[in-house]
Design a protein around this ligand. Structure first.
Ligand code: GDP
Ligand code: MG
Length: 295
């Protein structure tokens, strides 16, 4: 049988479970997950391989209806781009989304030239089967060509049906990447994202959204990995909040990130965090470029 390879873009509104789904399909935590919207800022690529198939998943930021600053515009650009290079589109929506659907996404999906699979996520939350069938009906009316599958990405319900279907849909092609490769992203990217996840989980209000993490050094020794990362915030007051009394809050972030990274890299980690102010970086074209938000 000829080898098949394809690009699969995972799109949807913020917080519907896109990253949870990709991690579930990959069997690895590649993309960070929190209960806050706009956790994912970049496209995160996961490469799934078996003997005769390679599927390159691209997790994307949620589509932001009305971008408020330049960073959000860039995040929407990553979503647009993900429509352009897909062989299959996985549209993730959650129960109740039909009450406030994204017109932008519906328009993009109706015009898609590749197969679209609608995954109606978080069905574990519903006690009424009627609610699920109403939602399926709604999406069927919006996207008559698409296949629709109710799932729970968190609990792995029906998700085992997704990969076999994608395997049928991707074209015959040689592998694009090494068959041992898990992602196209660098080790430093995972360090940055892990630290950012812990910040999202430990701070309130605007702090998580004002933070960017840059890993400046990643050195692998025989016995451990030494990592130095800088957390940039937009203002001095945010720096104070982030660091906390006697540095306790930032230490907590460091410990939680280190434990996850030790699991991910399967090695002891020495993690050193610095906090710096880069005024209004979210609106600064040059800073965004340096942080990897444009091409
Ligand atoms: P994303 O913004 O679309 O990438 O969404 P995330 O994957 O970050 O998930 C957002 C939130 O929804 C997290 O708190 C997840 O634990 C939760 N979540 C994701 N999938 C499910 C699901 O199937 N059921 C339930 N109950 N929660 C889920
Ligand atoms: Mg996400």
């Amino acid at each position: 049988m000829a080898h098949k390879s394809g690009f699969v873009s995972i799109v949807g509104k913020p917080n519907v479970g896109k990253s949870t789904l990709m991690n579930q399909l990959m069997g690895e935590k590649l993309s960070i997950v929190t209960s806050k919207a706009q956790t994912t800022r970049h496209r995160v690529f996961g490469i799934w391989n078996d003997e005769d198939t390679q599927i390159i998943f691209s997790d994307t930021p949620g589509v932001i209806q009305k971008p408020a600053y330049e960073l959000q515009e860039k995040m929407n650009d990553f979503v647009k781009e993900s429509f352009e290079d897909a062989d299959v589109i996985l549209f993730i929506t959650e129960l109740g989304d039909e009450k406030n659907p994204s017109e932008y996404l519906i328009k993009k999906l109706s015009g898609a030239k590749v197969p679209v699979i609608v995954l109606l996520n978080k069905v574990d939350k519903s006690k009424e089967p009627q609610q699920i069938s109403d939602s399926v009906e709604f999406w069927h009316a919006q996207l008559p060509e698409a296949e629709i599958l109710p799932v729970s990405a968190l609990h792995g319900l029906n998700t085992e049906l997704v990969l076999p279907r994608i395997k049928e849909l991707v074209p015959s092609a040689p592998p694009y990447y090494d068959k041992e490769q898990l992602t196209t992203l660098s080790e430093r990217f995972f360090v940055n994202e892990t630290i950012r996840e812990k910040i999202l989980l430990n701070y309130q209000k605007e702090i998580p959204y004002s933070v960017e993490v840059v890993t400046e050094s990643f050195k692998v020794d025989d016995s451990l990995i030494r990592i130095e990362s800088v957390i940039f915030v937009e203002r001095n007051t945010q720096k104070g909040i982030l660091v906390g009394h006697k540095g306790q809050k930032i230490q907590k972030v460091g410990t939680e990130a280190r434990l996850d990274l030790e699991k991910f890299f399967d090695k002891r980690i020495y993690l050193n965090l610095f906090v710096k102010v880069k005024k209004d970086w979210r609106s600064n074209e040059r800073d965004l470029k340096n942080f990897g938000y444009s091409h």
